[in-house]
Design a protein around this ligand. Structure first.
Ligand SMILES: [Zn+2]
Length: 115
């Protein structure tokens, strides 16, 4: 996997999990307002809330399972049995900083295969 793709994948996962976190209240609120206005009950809002919680759970898990592009270990987990540190700015295994080029896949250098 190319280096830029790895960090692009990291950003995709991070952004989706942030969207799942921040978007919960506005989404459920809008569904509640619309369903109260149209059919006079908030039951669709409860269904939407549960569905969004499942979405947030899946998105969050997808994010914390991001693997380090250099060592291949879970970037935010230092143990299978202990918690995750999603605020880590470096891989908890090989200390690779976020957005750092990895060996052999540096996208800033020109490939030397045309010699
Ligand atoms: Zn690593």
């Amino acid at each position: 996997m190319a280096n830029s793709d790895s960090w692009q994948e990291y950003r995709r996962r991070r952004n989706l999990s942030l969207f799942a976190l921040v978007g919960y209240v506005p989404f459920v609120g809008v569904v509640a307002i619309i369903s109260l206005w149209l059919i006079g009950t908030a039951i669709p809002a409860f269904i939407a809330a549960i569905a969004w919680m499942v979405f947030a759970l899946v998105a969050g898990n997808w994010f914390i399972r991001f693997r380090c592009p250099r060592c291949g270990e879970p970037f935010f987990a230092d143990s299978k049995w202990w918690g995750y540190n999603t605020f880590a700015r470096r891989c908890l295994h090989c200390k690779l900083p976020i957005n750092a080029p990895t060996a052999g896949s540096d996208s800033t250098t020109v490939p030397a295969n045309n010699v």
